[in-house]
Design a protein around this ligand. Structure first.
Ligand SMILES: NC(=O)c1ccc[n+]([C@@H]2O[C@H](COP(=O)([O-])OP(=O)(O)OC[C@H]3O[C@@H](n4cnc5c(N)ncnc54)[C@H](O)[C@@H]3O)[C@@H](O)[C@H]2O)c1
Length: 269
């Protein structure tokens, strides 16, 4: 993190980010702190403490709290801690998630439930526990991290269903919390260069890149920029919608691949 605070967009604001020990969550935590916000870094991994240290060493404000997002009671406990320390919360990013690339026939009921628990139930627990604290701030913003797997047909049963669920639940939240001046939106990243993406098959990533018009993976900071927009007042009239950040994959990936094949003479016109 750069030592100087670049701007004060989030000065006086408390922002909670789950899964902030790694990848996109970490990039979002650094960006929110750079904007002058106090960042609550929540992760099941103790690596989150190092991210909080990094922010504090650079002059920012951060607090690590170990949280398993599948534990409803632990969410309530965190809400009480934030209430005690800050009295309110201005922003929540439900970012924690796992990848599970498996089709219906190969997914065990146990794996199905685990993916739903981490990727979807957590978002329900998080919004339920934190909405009163955001209301106490006079309103704020909730950003739920879905995926392009929540925009189209996807081959992975649990992951695809959980990410469509995040998209739908975000719209419910936007409707329900509008009276409290709480905006709720979902972000749908494509292929982002993080440990999660790289934990799977390299061939899958390589093949998928052929359908990305931008021709490259996204960097975590490029997703964080969009999340910061949604957390900030610049998006004050944006709620109940989804923002796709995928280098054009879901919009034109099919034709990008066809045109590339034509250029290479591997397709017949
Ligand atoms: N990387 C991609 O290409 C990509 C694309 C689309 C969507 N996403 C989504 O973006 C989000 C962040 O992914 P990433 O790529 O940065 O992954 P990552 O693996 O780098 O980070 C995920 C973080 O979530 C934490 N986490 C996992 N289970 C948890 C639990 N039960 N409780 C608390 N924290 C937990 C991990 O410890 C880790 O720090 C996920 O929701 C993922 O589904 C990722």
């Amino acid at each position: 993190m750069e030592r100087c605070v670049a701007h004060d967009e989030f000065a006086g604001k408390s922002i909670l980010i789950t899964g902030a020990a790694s990848g996109m969550g970490r990039a979002e935590a650094l960006a929110a702190a750079q904007g002058g916000g106090k960042v609550w870094i929540a992760d099941v991994s103790e690596d989150g403490a190092a991210v909080a240290d990094e922010i504090r060493e650079a002059g920012g404000s951060a607090q690590f709290h170990q949280l398993d997002v599948t534990d409803c009671a632990a969410w309530e406990k965190l809400a009480m801690t934030i209430q005690r320390r800050d009295g309110k919360l201005d922003g929540l990013v439900n970012n924690a998630g796992i990848s599970f690339r498996s089709n219906i026939m190969d997914t065990s009921p146990t794996d199905w439930l685990r993916v739903m628990d981490i990727n979807l139930n957590s978002v329900f627990y998080g919004m339920k526990a934190m909405a009163p604290l955001i209301q106490a701030a006079g309103g704020g913003s909730i950003v739920n991290i879905s995926s392009i797997a929540g925009m189209l047909g996807y081959f992975a049963a649990g992951y695809g269903a959980s990410k469509w669920g995040v998209r739908g639940l975000s719209k419910v939240g936007a409707l329900e919390f509008a009276d409290m001046d709480i905006r709720v939106n979902s972000v749908h990243p494509g292929l982002v260069d993080t440990p999660l993406l790289n934990s799977g098959s390299a061939t899958f990533v390589e093949q998928s890149l052929g359908s990305v018009p931008a021709g490259r993976l996204a960097q975590a900071e490029e997703i964080a920029d969009v999340v910061m927009f949604l957390l900030s007042d610049k998006s004050r009239y944006v709620t109940g919608t989804e923002i796709v950040v995928d280098g054009g994959l879901t919009s034109g990936g099919l034709y990008h691949r066809i045109l590339q094949d034509l250029h290479e003479g591997t397709s017949v016109r």
